[in-house]
Design a protein around this ligand. Sequence first.
Ligand SMILES: C[S@@+](CC[C@H](N)C(=O)[O-])C[C@H]1O[C@@H](n2cnc3c(N)ncnc32)[C@H](O)[C@@H]1O
Length: 335
Amino acid sequence: MTTVQDQASTLLAQLAGYAGHRTIAIGIRQGLIAALAEIPSGLTTEKLAERLGMDPYYVATWCQAAYAAKVCDRYADTYWLEPYMATLLLDTTSPAYVGGVFTVMEQDEMFGRFERVLRTGERLWWDGCRPEFIDGVAGTGTPFYTRLIPGGLDQIPGLAERLAAGCRVLETACGSGRGLVRLARAYPECRLTGVDGDAHSIESAAALLDAQGVRAELITSSLETMEPGDGYTMVLNNISMHECRDIDEVARRSLAALEPGGWMVISDFPFPAADEGLREVPGRIMSGIQFFEAQIGDQLLPREAYDELLERHGFTELGWFRITPMHAVTYGRKP
Ligand SMILES: C[S@@+](CC[C@H](N)C(=O)[O-])C[C@H]1O[C@@H](n2cnc3c(N)ncnc32)[C@H](O)[C@@H]1O
């Protein structure tokens, strides 16, 4: 029988998670975690405060909370990061990087605005999001690309050889261009095109490509009306397919852009298809992401929805694989 204590434990665990989340986000933003990462043997709270020019009493408060959240270990007044925390929270080049999610979750577009417009249901789109939020989302998309290119794409039979030999690649919803840079580095023989509906994201992509010396054609267009030409060997979409207003029209246009035998690759969050999954940790995090998705008028989709989509549009040799509990790839080929 469920007791009041059981139910209280369910609620208190949420408070504990919230306290840990805020501690980690403060630690990332204010450089506390980076400073600890520099000295693996640890720092006293005094020394940490001195290095960062912060109040020692407050720093000690943060350190204790970071210990409680299992981010740090300690002996007396000396604190150091637990194993892999520096990689997970700070290393933007690691496939395991999750630090960006903490800071994005705290931005107004996630929960603050949602609460304000709960009554009116007023929607938002990317052109109404602040540049800091768009940058933050690009930071959370980066490990998806790191896992996908080239490791994930290598798992798709026949694709890696074509990419290595050189072919045309279309990235739909390329956002701020980090995926295009990664594609260019992994497959220098390929010709790249990126399409995105948000002008600010395309401007950021152009600046990034320029700074990185990467050549790619950029098109500002909604995916539902895009006309990127044809002859592409791969059409790739990273964490954006669920955002399409008309996913069937986007599938049709992607199919038309592909050469016969070309691959459509959808890399996305696999939203739980069944209720049990919603109460697991990945499902709970994805339920949080749905607050933003709802505001832009969509929801994350179960991965199976992409099987159905590709099947509906006549793609063949369908396949999929899970890279992490929050990242799955679904693909198919144009007949
Ligand atoms: C979550 S961001 C991901 C961007 C990038 N793929 C990444 O992983 O960093 C979603 C992107 O999809 C774009 N987008 C969403 N729906 C779109 C549509 N229907 N047409 C064109 N772009 C769209 C947005 O402008 C935004 O840049």
